[in-house]
Write a protein that binds this ligand. Sequence first.
Ligand code: ASP
Ligand code: MG
Length: 401
Amino acid sequence: MALIVQKFGGSSVANAERVFNVAQIITETYKQGNDVVVVLSAQGDTTDDLIEKANEINPSASKREMDMLLATGEQISIALMAMAIEKLGYPVVSLTAWQIGMQTSSSYGSARINKVEARRIHEELDRKRIVLVAGFQGVNRHHDITTLGRGGSDTTAVALAVALKADLCQIYTDVDGVYTADPRLVEDAQKLDEITYDEMLELASLGAQVLHNRSVEMAKRYHMQMEVLSSFSRKPGTIVKEVVKVEKTYVSGVAQDKKITRIALIGLEDVPGMAFRVFNLLAKNKINVDIILQSIGRHDTKDISFTIDESNCDLCVKVLQENQESLKFDHMDVSSDVAKVSVVGAGMVNNPGVAATMFEALYEVGINIRMISTSEIKVSVLIDKEDTERAMRAVHRKFFQ
Ligand code: ASP
Ligand code: MG
């Protein structure tokens, strides 16, 4: 007998038929003699629909009231699932964040989990009940409802698994695991049996939207093994853990990110401290910078280019313009027609030539590289946005065939 935390995403519970499908999975796990704690997301597009509703009333509604509204989606899911499980004849109880003592920071819309009081859940498990918990929501020290940010139910699940010292944390979704590339873009993408936390974090931040980043960070910190699997196929999924067998493949995936902007500062004075001043300014404004490239100086000037998340573009341009005089750059070039393609793999450190192989793949299909960055487990290139899909396929083919 084990304690298993299962999380089901919005698409897995989108309608009555799917609710019963998931109820089957839950009750089968329970029938095998396990303690089962289930975290649910809001059904289908519920959260988006609620945001739309709010915008109709007041597009600048306070974050507190937004959380009050958005948290309702998950409450609907747990109540409906409890009814389905009751109908199948099993003991069940649904609980909100309030009832289980899911304590978070006060930042509405992006609250962090501080503490989970596991007592109520343990009591219910002792009564042999299946416990359903509303994902995504928490309660802050003002006793107000908070939410953890979009996609936050994954993080609820891991936090509960850690707090309850669960044996397993299963994240059920509509794909049957983590793939070597987005299967919608790359036809021959392959499912991975396992992947490390670090690789998963890189893939997530590069736009492979399988798991909420914070859930993986938390799982890594507390050594909680996660399994990503499909609620539709019932096949084994992908295990996310610390170390995987890397001798077979040293690259685990190819990812892309189109939501980036490249900013070039042209004609900066070529003196010590310029890079410091530029990036310190951005850091003070909480603008995260990704790839950075500085040109060789000529005629006492140099250029610095860097990429940022497209959501930070307006702020970044404004801050730089306001400081053009003190930074003494000649002009600024802003481009959103760029994309980042990356290969990720924990086995890369011991395998020289990954970068060269990637560049060769791009060369063969005539794609120009605008910027490059590397880390221990990743090589990224910046290319023209229109080339993204072609680049993905070419690079994937090179590594996985
Ligand atoms: N329902 C929330 C969202 O759509 C949380 C989640 O699905 O994890 O973002
Ligand atoms: Mg999700």
